[in-house]
Write a protein that binds this ligand. Sequence first.
Ligand SMILES: NC(=O)c1ccc[n+]([C@@H]2O[C@H](COP(=O)([O-])OP(=O)(O)OC[C@H]3O[C@@H](n4cnc5c(N)ncnc54)[C@H](OP(=O)(O)O)[C@@H]3O)[C@@H](O)[C@H]2O)c1
Length: 351
Amino acid sequence: MKRKVAILGATGIVGQRFIELLQNHPWFEISVLAASEKSAGKKYKDACDWKLTSPMPSEIGEMTVAASDLRSVESAGDVDFVFSAIPGDTASAIEEQFAAKYPVISKASAHRGDADVPLIIPEVNPDHLALIPIQKKKRGWSGYITTDPNCSTTQLAISLKPLMKFGLKSVMVSTMQALSGAGYPGVASMDIIDNVLPFIKNEEEKIETESTKVLGAFNHGAISKAPIRLSASCSRVNVSDGHTESVFVGLEQNPEIDEITREFEKFRGLPQELKLPSAPEHPIVVRRENDRPQPKCDRDCGNGMSVVLGRIRKDPVMTVKYTCLGHNTVRGAAGGSILHAELLAKKGYLD
Ligand SMILES: NC(=O)c1ccc[n+]([C@@H]2O[C@H](COP(=O)([O-])OP(=O)(O)OC[C@H]3O[C@@H](n4cnc5c(N)ncnc54)[C@H](OP(=O)(O)O)[C@@H]3O)[C@@H](O)[C@H]2O)c1
């Protein structure tokens, strides 16, 4: 029997990607679609402005959208667990209401910083799931909240993890982030055509704080943040999907570029070992051409779940620099959450 999942924020950009990626999923099936009061009670096809190139599945279009409260969702269908893709500023209380009863896997920022809430990239820090029983006990919940990092942090942290063996000291990152990262309708066309916007609200702070939590260690029931100095500068660019990042890394050691490249290419995590359905064979793919990675050419690598690196070279100020590309709504959002849920299922956290 497949586990039944409710999607909060189902009409949004990330919600649509959840629906696309969950079609024919071997372990999970969509039972409830929920969104704001504006959409509640409407058929999904009337409530949602579908933005993906794949067609909206016809049976999904006929489902009635529920309001995002426990009673409405439970009346709409059976639920085993919940994906949350609602705005960060509205997520806190809504997610807590569901977590009292169900596992909630959240793409929203509201609970990422809570000391008892895991912030998971399945290949990077699966051991942090050990916070779940601690959280349940502390909060007296039958369910729990576990979160994914924001999209730019996810691809950056995946690329940094293999470098930790060389003594990761400092990181500077400059991002060029896609339009879909702002949700829909997002940035006005008059602002972004022929333009770059050098500010994304709260994004730099999220990268700087979330990366050190994800790369931190789980000891004695708590996460200690990784001792890395990290500085981010974020811009919005006129690209539909796929965030590009210029990354500059200071290491304690001074490995050769070939050695660093080998570490990137051989990097594997628990999802690959467990052969989870959404795990890419290669979490990191290295391109050797001078002009790659590019969002248009490389964002769908590994079905959008691989992070693509290129231009790996020595840096005269730090130690090494490279370009990092990730699909923000797949690896950085719905695909990352689904992989997270597969790990939870395999580890018995959805039973
Ligand atoms: N886009 C990305 O690449 C990305 C990546 C990582 C994380 N995230 C995070 O994922 C979440 C969703 O992002 P998005 O890009 O999909 O945004 P979006 O396109 O603006 O969609 C927002 C969704 O939340 C629903 N919603 C809005 N206010 C609500 C409320 N008060 N109660 C219940 N539902 C409400 C909307 O429903 P209606 O249609 O009814 O208004 C819609 O389904 C955000 O927290 C975002 O920061 C996004």
